[in-house]
Write a protein that binds this ligand. Structure first.
Ligand SMILES: [Zn+2]
Length: 236
């Protein structure tokens, strides 16, 4: 059995992959090694040894059992042992950990933007990973509310409760119109998660999308407008 550590592109869990089959083993030999056996004809190859072999594998996530294709790079010295482990379920691979050179489906990328305050960016990346790994929806609703708390403190809100802080930002003209509505929704759904442990998978996905829009309107768009203005100033 060959198990490769990695983050699943389906469920985003860090549980690795069980490899079921492998093919297209290739090892890159140096031109010097190739010439040893072929005196009479021209030889093309690498100048320096890469010492790495490439293997294409099919496997499943150890947690959600969905399929993945992996291209692995492994030390030439471990290739034979690795092949034996793929063929024999009883054999455990104990060589150097192969490197995942590429993966299909591709790994998921959490949305973020340089304009987001670091704490907000980190919290929202965690929130997206919770959605992918199908964490209990109430926790995601509570998580979205926590992101909103951080947004309010970054935007300089005053007030004892989150309700008061969101209202304060509306009065200051920072969270106006539709932004205020979104923030209020996030606060309300977060409360439902906290007090009654309510919420479906769809609620969690919708609220994460809402939270993304809030972050885009509150941080990304103003940053892009500022950048565009500065560019115009420089050019003319
Ligand atoms: Zn998975």
């Amino acid at each position: 059995m060959l198990h490769i550590p990695g983050v699943c592109p389906h469920c985003a869990r860090e549980c690795g992959f069980d490899i079921l089959c492998a093919d297209y083993y290739s090892s890159q030999k140096t031109i010097a090694e190739l010439r040893k056996n072929q005196w009479s004809c021209p030889v093309f190859g690498m100048e320096e040894s890469k010492n790495m072999a490439t293997v294409y594998c099919g496997g499943v996530c150890a947690e959600c059992h969905k399929p993945v294709m992996l291209c692995l790079e492994v030390d030439n010295a471990n290739l034979k042992h690795l092949r034996e482990c793929v063929r024999d379920p009883e054999k455990r691979y104990n060589g150097n950990t192969p490197k995942i050179a590429s993966m299909a489906p591709p790994p998921r990328q959490a949305w973020t933007h340089p304009s987001l305050p670091p704490e907000v960016g980190r919290a929202f990346s965690d929130l997206q990973r919770m959605v992918w790994s199908e964490t209990t929806p109430a926790f995601i609703l509570i998580g979205a509310r926590t992101v909103l708390e951080k947004v309010c403190s970054e935007l300089g809100a005053n007030g004892k409760t989150l309700f008061e802080r969101v209202k304060d930002l509306r009065e200051k003209g920072i969270l106006a119109g539709v932004l205020y509505e979104w923030a209020s929704e996030i606060r309300r759904w977060g409360n439902a998660g906290t007090h009654n442990f309510e919420g479906s998978k769809e609620d969690a996905e919708d609220l994460t999308e809402f939270t993304k829009l809030l972050l885009q309107y509150a941080f990304e768009l103003p940053a892009r407008v500022k950048e565009a203005r500065e560019k115009r100033k420089v050019s003319g």
